[in-house]
Design a protein around this ligand. Structure first.
Ligand code: AMP
Length: 308
């Protein structure tokens, strides 16, 4: 089953308390595609500039990611610069340069239009809707965004959300989007904008999935070494959507499993800069960590403590 993603392909400059790196491969669509590529076919839509090296193109191809929709245009590749303090949950954006994304008008290759799943990764909501409108009949549509677009393009974002089944954002973004501090109330407000399901990522505290019937809570994997959180959210979304497209089962039970696969992929990516940790995982380590997650949250029914 094929999963189409539109989002940024970027050069990131990142500083964490444990080190810094300049102009490394990043971008919401890059992390998403790489994580999803372990589960399903991925068709990538994005734009890069003349400065984007063929070595990065080759990496994407080596993961089996389809790059027919990755255009190269005159100008510079998108650049993002961010910094994290010891509280690694949220990046402070220092610089955003849209560059070739400024005037990007993608025309999807014909076979991309047949995609069964669509992920609108973090990028201009006008671009998200433009791409979505070109897909013929997707079975499942998910979306991400960030403070940059919530404050900068709120109306366009609300328009995109009308067409989305699942919104995947972090807790700060949920509060900002709903204009409500309490996450349970914020979830109700956001679901009234369109998405039937809302997933709120809470960094080291895990993720919550809200729908009309239930709330599901997944922990984050307790890691000893968290090196660079960049891309955790996108890799979560990649594991989540990749699993759903692999199974084409969108039941509550399957979505809960997908949340765990998302958490597994996010837990790997933060162990190193850029895509270094997730560029070559094997299926056994992915399944091993999935099982460790199951163990982490497993507990038995209580014994009859109150009637003795
Ligand atoms: P996250 O998974 O939330 O850590 O996403 C990090 C990625 O988002 C980085 O690799 C950045 O290149 C990318 N990014 C940052 N700001 C933006 C933006 N305004 N639009 C699109 N992508 C962005």
């Amino acid at each position: 089953m094929s999963l189409l993603v539109v989002g940024s392909v970027a050069f990131d400059s990142v500083k964490t308390p444990f080190g810094e790196a300049e102009e490394i491969l990043g971008g919401s669509a890059t992390y998403f595609s790489t994580a999803a590529s372990y589960f399903t076919d991925v068709n990538l839509v994005a734009v890069v500039g003349e400065d984007f090296p063929s070595q990065h193109m080759n990496f994407l191809k080596s993961r089996g990611i389809n790059i027919a929709g990755l255009e190269r245009q005159a100008g510079k590749t998108f650049r993002w610069k961010g910094e994290y303090g010891y509280q690694l949950n949220e990046a402070q954006t220092l610089e955003t340069h849209l560059n070739v994304f400024q005037d990007f008008k993608p025309a999807l290759p014909p076979f991309y239009r047949e995609a069964q799943g669509v992920f609108l990764a973090n990028i201009d909501p006008e671009l998200q809707i433009d791409v979505l409108n070109q897909v013929i009949s997707p079975k499942i549509i998910a979306c991400d965004t960030m403070n940059f677009w919530i404050s900068g393009k709120r109306e366009a974002l609300l328009n995109t959300l009308k067409h989305v089944d699942i919104l995947i954002i972090n807790d700060g973004e949920a509060r900002q989007l709903a204009l409500e501090a309490n996450l349970v109330k914020a979830a109700k407000i956001i679901r009234s904008y369109g998405p039937k399901h809302l997933i709120v990522k809470r960094g080291e505290y895990g993720a919550l999935m809200f729908n009309s019937q239930s709330i599901f809570a997944a922990p984050a994997f307790p890691l000893e070494n968290v090196f660079d959180p960049t891309g955790a959210g996108d890799s979560f979304a990649g594991g989540f959507m990749g699993y759903l497209l692999n199974t084409m089962n969108f039941s509550e039970a399957s979505m809960r499993q997908a949340v765990i696969f998302g958490s597994v992929m996010a837990s790997f990516v933060v162990e190193d800069f850029s895509l270094n940790r997730i560029k070559a995982l094997d299926y056994e380590e992915i399944l091993k960590r999935y099982k460790e997650f199951k163990q982490l949250t497993h507990f038995e029914e209580p014994v009859d403590v109150f009637n003795q």
